[in-house]
Design a protein around this ligand. Structure first.
Ligand code: KIV
Length: 270
């Protein structure tokens, strides 16, 4: 079983680690067979499983149900579970809802935001809950952002992102997750902090990589994001799904994924 200590050790050793979203027992077993290091029971299940057009309708009860299914079927990966929209608006809510998903089988919770989460991060950490803070493109903020787009494109925005990372790491965040930010910013974050940094659309220099499992298996029927690679394309035969997931794991470990075409190489505007 991979622990938080293992993920920290991977970072120290420069060994990249793989993460995939997972919401059910069948995929949890496939992911275990493929040797994936960590699982995110993501609130992206609002789209991939429930058919909504955002993560906002997802409830704590949904996250408990899917975490239980995943935790029963996977004894290898470090499991993180998203606290859904508005379920950590106060420190009291964060403690109550994180407690429930940890009791469902998560090894850590993920919450979206920045410096304003510091009190919750500290309270959760003091109560034995490792916290991953998701920054950059945070899907629960889609209505504020006006869509799903690249974040931290200006020097000011990048400096704000770094300040947010400092605040939550000082409060005790165990992991950071950066989504859709320029590769240079993600590299700076990963080099600045001791905690493992996971990236999605954040370039090759983060410590871990995450993708939505349906996306990397080509089960995305909408617009495919730049940072997604379809690992199913090269597979055939009865073990195609496990082999595609294993190919993703190997590509992350061998630093073949993400390649330049999956990353945002932008000059920061002032
Ligand atoms: O919910 C999710 O799947 C996520 C990933 C996009 C990182 O937060």
């Amino acid at each position: 079983m991979i622990s938080l200590t293992d993920l920290k050790k991977f970072k120290t050793e420069g060994r990249k680690f793989s993460c995939l979203t997972c919401y059910d027992a069948s995929f949890a077993k496939a992911i275990q067979q493929a040797g994936i290091d960590s699982i995110l029971v993501g609130d992206s299940l609002g789209m991939t499983i429930q058919g909504h057009d955002s993560t906002l309708p997802v409830t704590v009860q949904d996250m408990i149900y899917h975490t239980q299914a995943v935790a029963r079927a996977n004894q290898h990966a470090f499991i993180m579970t998203d606290l859904p929209f508005m379920s950590y608006a106060t420190v009291t809510d964060a403690l109550k809802n994180a407690g429930a998903v940890m009791q469902a089988g998560a090894h850590a919770v993920k919450i979206e935001g920045g410096a304003w989460l510091a009190d919750s991060v500290q309270a959760l950490t003091h109560n034995g809950v490792p916290v991953c803070v998701h920054l950059g493109l945070t899907p629960q903020f889609v209505n504020l952002f006006g869509g799903y787009r690249l974040q931290a494109k200006t020097r000011n925005a990048a400096d704000q992102l770094l300040a947010d990372c400092h605040a939550v790491v000082e409060a005790g965040a165990a992991l950071l997750l950066l989504e859709c930010v320029p590769a240079a910013i993600a590299k700076e974050v990963a080099a600045t902090f001791d905690v493992p940094v996971i990236g999605i659309g954040a370039g090759a220099d983060t410590d871990g990589q995450v993708l939505v499992v349906q996306d990397m298996l080509g089960l995305n029927f909408g617009k495919v994001a730049r940072f997604v690679r379809n690992f199913m394309r090269e597979q055939s035969g009865e073990h195609a799904i496990v082999n595609a997931i294993k190919a993703y794991h190997d590509a992350v470990i061998n630093q073949e994924f993400p390649a330049i075409e999956h990353t945002f190489q932008v000059e920061l505007s002032s």
